[in-house]
Design a protein around this ligand. Structure first.
Ligand code: UD1
Length: 341
């Protein structure tokens, strides 16, 4: 990985910033492209504090073709990790055009420019959301794809575009990584998830209940057919997830003229219920998490977790952090940064 220059779109965001740290730890040169629509510039100083390196940063949108092209002219880029995207499921239902434009058109522009400059290695940030309502758990990569929201469809469409590109030109290296539920924060407590407004997702919501910023957790349903009636998910520590991207890049042989395409789940393979997360967070923080049971949230599935064997076979990827670590690290980030960055 030495002397590799990696362009990270969305590199100031939650998963992007953790991945940038792992790239820098692996002696890569990193160029971040991020329009800061859902991230904060201060993350760059935090990355420098952790790694000693201030990554090169361009505050532009991936939809700005000229600005993006200029970056490829200025730097000799070896590979791209593409995170930049809108990611709120509910919002995507309200604003489908914004999602298709930013996520799908933005990615198309990026891929066109990559082709123009013969940069043919990409790691794409997909999501387990492409599986929709899974027929069986654990969910395997060859399970039926059936997204339930415009957001999920943007991920599915990009997966299809990448598949077609690879079929047309086998010199591309393409990794599609389907994340389960990323949570946690860097152990330093300096970077973490920084949701705008009231969080949609479970872990940041619980963290804000623990600090007293929110009064209580609303648990959406306790009548699912799961071990305790609450929803079951596969929570994966964001640092493990970040390392998955490094392993995907290392898997590609940059010197070979023959490319490869892989589609992999990144999860722990372990399902945890909402109540498991509540109890573990209480232990990690020493705070009690009051909650109320509400009706099910529309669009939620009862249970899904990854079949994580393929990523282990192909990349040697294995998660290191458990739910205790995820809660402890979230809590450290939350108390050190109660108002975010
Ligand atoms: C959601 C997104 C998914 C995205 C993922 C990122 C949907 C339908 N899917 O997944 O595309 O990749 O976030 O992590 O939104 N819960 C509560 N109370 C809360 C929040 C959540 O009880 O305030 C429950 C949910 O019902 C669910 C579990 O906690 O059982 C996890 O929810 P959440 O963190 O929102 O993630 P997902 O819905 O799995």
């Amino acid at each position: 990985m030495k002397e590799c220059t990696i362009l990270v779109t969305g590199g100031a965001g939650y998963i992007g910033s953790h991945t940038v740290i792992e790239l820098l730890n692996n002696n890569c040169q990193v160029i971040i492209v991020d329009d800061l629509s859902n991230s904060n510039k201060k993350v760059l100083d935090r990355i420098e504090k952790i790694t000693g390196v201030h990554p090169i940063f361009y505050p532009i949108s991936i939809c700005d073709k000229d600005a993006l092209s200029l970056i490829f002219t200025t730097h000799k880029i070896n590979a791209v990790i593409h995170f930049a995207a809108f990611k709120a499921v509910g919002e995507s239902v309200q604003k489908p055009l914004d999602y298709y434009k930013n996520n799908v058109s933005g990615c198309l522009l990026l891929l066109q420019i990559m082709q123009e400059y013969s940069v043919k290695t990409i790691v794409f940030s997909s999501s387990a959301t492409v599986y929709g309502q899974p027929k069986e758990v654990p969910v395997k990569e060859n399970s039926k794809i059936s997204p339930q929201s415009p957001y999920g469809f943007t991920k599915m469409m990009i997966e299809q575009i990448l598949t077609d590109i690879y079929h047309a030109d086998k010199s591309w290296n393409i990794a599609i990584l389907r994340y389960f539920n990323p949570v946690g924060a860097h152990r330093s407590g300096l970077i973490g998830e920084n949701p705008n407004g009231i969080p949609n997702n479970l872990m940041p919501y619980i963290a804000q209940v623990a600090t007293g910023k929110l009064d209580y957790l609303q648990i959406f349903g306790n009548d699912y057919i799961t071990k305790d009636g609450t929803g079951v998910r596969d929570y994966i520590h964001v640092v493990d997830l970040a390392i998955g991207h490094i392993k995907a890049l290392k898997y590609f042989d940059f010197k070979s003229k023959v490319g490869q395409m892989i589609t992999l789940n990144l999860g722990t393979g372990i399902g945890c219920s909402v109540l498991d997360v509540v109890k573990t967070f209480e232990k990690a923080s020493g705070k009690s998490i009051p909650y109320k049971i509400l009706p099910r949230r529309s669009g939620d599935v009862a249970e899904y977790y990854a079949d994580a064997t393929l990523a282990k076979q192909v990349l040697g990827f294995q998660t290191r952090f458990n739910l205790d670590d995820m809660c402890c690290d979230t809590w450290r980030w939350q108390i050190n940064n109660p108002e975010g960055y």
